[in-house]
Design a protein around this ligand. Structure first.
Ligand code: ARG
Length: 272
């Protein structure tokens, strides 16, 4: 577990929204050119793919602005980033139907269904025992969300209360470990967590800050983000430990996409 107990910055919801820094600006560049870059096949590049010429992605499509469903089409920052990486690698990118978040890392570990797991997945020690991760693709913190009318303005007020989170996430883990006498409730989908808050089943939500900022702004306007928790998490692309060539090819493609400015373009579109 690399989520340490950290202090809490309680800030007004509006401020959290206004300051929403996603840490997704252009990162360390470096020289890129992948050995698989010009090849549509897998033979020369050395990595294995479940379906030839296609990067098959497993994701929980309930995490805007990173990945979400627009009708039946996946969209978001990570979706476009994966498309850009696949293009750089000379292959296509295909998303599987939405997959329950806490099954994604095991699914990549087991192999056979998807080449990569991309789902706002925080790189941590526990997951690194099961899968490899690419270089970080985004930095985030946690956020705490309540109902506007709840009168709760600080995390300390959640002592002994009910907090909801998506099962198997770092938000769940943070709240369980850091809120005194908390009663945790786990849900499969993010939308179910917000519904539980609205119906009074839980008192607060712990989830990645950019995601709750997005949900509160676009859908759950009766909710408010009251705190940013500086957990300093980084998202990575999960790859099977048996496919290190794919991790390398993705890292090379990531460098190329950062160097070309494409990464910044995608970040500017989704992460405002
Ligand atoms: N970053 C958090 C974690 O890794 C939450 C990710 C949830 N992702 C999702 N697509 N619902 O645990």
């Amino acid at each position: 577990m690399n989520i340490k107990k950290m202090g809490v910055f309680a800030v007004a919801g509006a401020l959290v929204a206004a300051l929403a820094l996603f840490g997704c600006s252009s990162g360390d560049g470096g020289q890129a050119k992948t050995e698989g870059g010009d090849s549509a096949g897998t033979a020369e590049s050395g990595y294995a793919l479940i379906n030839d010429g296609k990067l098959t992605v497993a994701a929980s499509l309930d995490f805007p602005p990173f990945e979400n469903l627009n009708g039946d089409q996946p969209e978001g920052f990570e979706v476009e980033l994966m498309q850009a990486l696949a293009e750089e690698m000379g292959i296509e990118c295909e998303y599987l139907p939405s997959t329950k978040f806490d099954t994604i890392v095991p699914l990549i570990q087991t192999g056979g269904k998807a080449d990569v797991g991309v789902s706002g997945i925080t790189i941590n020690d526990e997951r690194l025992e099961q899968v490899d991760f690419t270089d970080p693709i985004c930095d985030v913190n946690q956020g705490i969300t309540v109902l506007k009318e709840s009168g709760i303005t600080e995390v300390d007020q959640l002592e002994g209360k009910k907090v909801g989170a998506q099962t198997g996430t770092t938000g769940y883990e943070w709240a369980a470990e850091n809120i005194k006498d908390v009663e945790m409730a786990g849900f499969d989908e993010m939308t179910a967590v917000y519904a539980a808050l609205q119906s009074g089943q839980i008192d607060a939500i712990a989830v990645d800050l950019p995601v709750t900022n997005y949900y509160v702004k676009t859908a759950y306007t009766d909710c408010e983000v009251i705190a940013e928790i500086p957990t300093g998490e980084q998202y990575g692309i999960a790859v099977s430990k048996e496919n290190p060539e794919l991790t390398k090819a993705l890292n090379d493609a990531l460098k190329a996409v950062r160097d070309s400015g494409k990464y910044d373009e995608i970040a500017a579109k989704w992460l405002q």
